[in-house]
Design a protein around this ligand. Sequence first.
Ligand code: FAD
Length: 442
Amino acid sequence: MITFVPEPHLLDSPRGRAWPRPPVPAPVRGTVPATSADVVVVGAGPAGVAVASALWHHGVRDVVIADRTGRPCGRFFGRIDRLGQRVLRSPYEHHPGVEGYRDCELLDFARLHWGRLTPTERRQIRMSQAGHRSVVPVDVFDAYCDHLIASHHIGRKTWQARVREVVPEGDAVTVRADRFSVTARHVVLCLGEERREAPDSWWGGGSAPAGVSYWDESVPVGGQCLAVVGAGLTAAHLIAGALAEGREVHWVVRETGERYQCADVNSSFFRPEGRLRFNRVGWSERLELMSAFRRASIMFEFRPLLERAQAEGRLVVHRGAAVKSIGPGVGGTTVVRLAGGGRIAADHVQLALGTTPSIGEGLLPGEALSVRDGWPELDERTLAHVRAPRVSVVGAAAAMVLGPAARNIDGHRVATTRAAAAIAQVLQGGRLPAPAKTAVGV
Ligand SMILES: Cc1cc2nc3c(=O)[nH]c(=O)nc-3n(C[C@H](O)[C@H](O)[C@H](O)COP(=O)(O)OP(=O)(O)OC[C@H]3O[C@@H](n4cnc5c(N)ncnc54)[C@H](O)[C@@H]3O)c2cc1C
């Protein structure tokens, strides 16, 4: 068997190049939007940008976008840059641009900027054109998102606000944010995912103790010895960053070994046949497919780097090691105790335990939200909540309809196509499909 091991240099695209950026209006602060709109989109990450762009093509222009950060894709690039991630994991075909309309695709955009790309980045474009796996520079993706934001007038519709409540009332939905309320005919929740917190048993619950931080926190990481807990790409970025700074790293992996894969999701689920496989089965089989085919893994490009560090003794991997507790040790160290009796004393511990989809709990009133096994029940045709047909979801929360790829950028495209078309149809005088009783059978 041939083993595919791309070289680590693919991970090193430059960041922060000067792209000819279209003017993106500054986030709106201090003022408030109109009190009514056709559509409110909550969350301006890649999913929210995809939805707003698609609605624009459908002729739906009276849109208010509310986002905690106030900057379209702000949380996405903030997280990526905190980790020092230079390339996306997803290929050129996966982007928040609109399917089925004359719009610039990510690959077209990169080719338009050929002169700015490094030889490695150009080779990746050729790989993509030839139908092979390719990696996309974060810099290119960022400039492309700005292009989408400017060309679909998203910046000027985005308001910095934390949405507290989404209340369906008859033919309308009221969105209550900390600074304003907007009543809309439709709402699309594009809330993304929050970081997964450590179990209470590790230190008794609550915020992390001194010497412990999560992957998405900007906390100074001190000392020479770092322990990283987690088996995914986020953990790999933390480890690579620490090794580059000359630290010694202990890597705690609960599974019996680290897994190298192109994507977290089996690639068939990005294609129609994978979605069909998911659609054909009932709820419990869908749950099984979700756990079997979306598992933490690391891009192949990291493998030579991490294996070399192990061989040189700079990286120690603790495989099959579940964390039992984390607490203070002697001399200002933090001790990770493992279920098998092992113990790691480190200057700092970083946790990369994954993310959990935000499904609208806490926003929608209980009677409007039907939750099953932690997932919202959605109308499969419109991606609207079965008990709130004017509130749709795009992003990770749609995974029990669209399969595990719903949590990735390509899944947002598929969800957007479905949700935006349904909303536009109703706004333009069509009928809202009769609510489905349940999303999918047993
Ligand atoms: C480090 C990292 C790298 C990744 N790389 C890739 C990749 O290469 N390819 C890929 O396909 N996927 C990748 N993913 C998965 C990725 O998270 C998603 O594809 C993408 O970010 C999801 O977009 P989103 O819009 O659903 O969520 P987000 O980007 O998280 O956006 C959601 C937005 O909603 C806002 N929000 C949430 N609740 C509220 C509220 N109540 N009020 C107001 N605003 C709110 C949030 O603040 C946020 O700005 C990566 C994830 C991480 C963490």
